[in-house]
Design a protein around this ligand. Structure first.
Ligand SMILES: [Cu+2]
Length: 325
């Protein structure tokens, strides 16, 4: 066994797993796509070896003249019948798979049972609908879903085309200004995944992602309960500075006077995995860093820089946001 090719293969294979991989599926749609891919890769490999085998056999065997009828038979079976059968089988299999790759969205799924996701430049506005027991709420840049359950989405964009895609779960669907697209997903495994914007949408397109936290059904129900309550504390100095420096013109924090709608909702910000739509990990230092100079971290971001504020104020605001748990 030669070590180098084995090491190279192992390094390459590490690219197949992870939070943003279609080769490590965690949702029924992604699993269907993965099955189709595997069928084609394995089938293609078998046919490739067969063709190479026949070629080697032909080049090694004794040369002889074939009667025309035998030649026609070989071409007819190997060159016409075989590909036609293989392609028909493949097409039927793909058509049969289609409903599980893109499940039919029933008409009776009323608009308010769908999570609304809106692609903004360069972040994700997310609106959970009212349920029978609980009021809906806004959030941003992080989707939480219950495992094993189908969730419906309606997808919109106010500015340019974005695309909603959670590689590990499936469902790539464009978000097009002026229309509402719908899709649905069914996660099969608990975990945290990453979803990049999949349609070039401007300067910071590559810095526009959201996290997807797939939770056990009980944990999810507990989280929804928590989110339905007005909980944020308004006693901290960070909150007063947040209001005084005008952050609430653009940002909302549920349960406080901050009700801005222009930028991402910051309720329970401490629960979030990332800052600025998947750009930085969520730490108090990174929040402060982003508030002072969003443009340095995310070119084109539509948040003004607050570098002129005293460091102590920014740190207090960052600590307050990070503490919203
Ligand atoms: Cu985008």
């Amino acid at each position: 066994l030669r070590p180098l090719p084995v090491i190279a293969a192992l390094i390459l294979l590490t690219g197949c797993s992870g939070v943003q991989s279609t080769l490590d599926p965690a949702g029924s749609e992604a699993i269907a796509v993965f099955q189709l891919l595997m069928t084609m890769v394995i089938g293609g490999t078998i046919i490739w070896f067969a063709v190479i085998g026949v070629t080697i056999y032909a080049s090694r065997s004794r040369r002889q003249v074939w009667p025309i009828s035998k030649a026609v038979r070989v071409i007819g079976w190997g060159g016409v019948a075989f590909p036609v059968v293989v392609l028909i089988l493949l097409l039927s299999y793909a058509v049969w798979l289609m409903p599980s790759i893109r499940p039919w969205i029933p008409r009776q799924t009323s608009e308010n049972e769908r999570i609304e996701v809106t692609g903004e430049q360069f972040w994700w506005r997310i609106k959970y609908p009212d349920t029978d027991e609980l009021p809906g709420f806004d959030t941003a840049n992080e989707l939480r879903l219950p495992v094993g359950q189908r969730t419906y989405f309606s997808l919109e964009a106010p500015d340019v085309i974005h695309s909603f895609w959670i590689p590990a779960l499936g469902g790539k669907t464009d978000m097009i200004p002026g229309r509402t697209n719908v899709t649905s997903l069914q996660p099969t495994r608990i975990g945290v995944f990453r979803a990049p914007c999949a349609e070039f949408c401007g300067t910071s397109h590559a810095l526009m992602a959201f996290s997807v936290v797939v939770m056990g059904q009980e944990d999810y129900a507990a989280w929804r309960n928590l989110r339905a309550q007005d909980a944020a504390s308004t006693a901290q100095p960070g909150y007063r500075l947040f209001m005084r420096h005008g952050c609430s013109a653009c940002h909302a924090i549920q349960g406080t006077e901050a009700k801005g709608r222009i930028g991402p909702d910051l309720t329970y910000f401490g629960h979030r995995q990332t800052v600025a739509a998947g750009t930085l990990t969520n730490t108090s230092a990174n929040i402060a860093h982003f508030i002072k100079a969003p443009e340095n971290i995310k070119p084109g971001a539509k948040m003004p820089a607050f570098g002129m504020l005293p460091d102590a104020d920014v740190d207090a605001i960052a600590a307050y946001l990070w503490g919203l748990k």
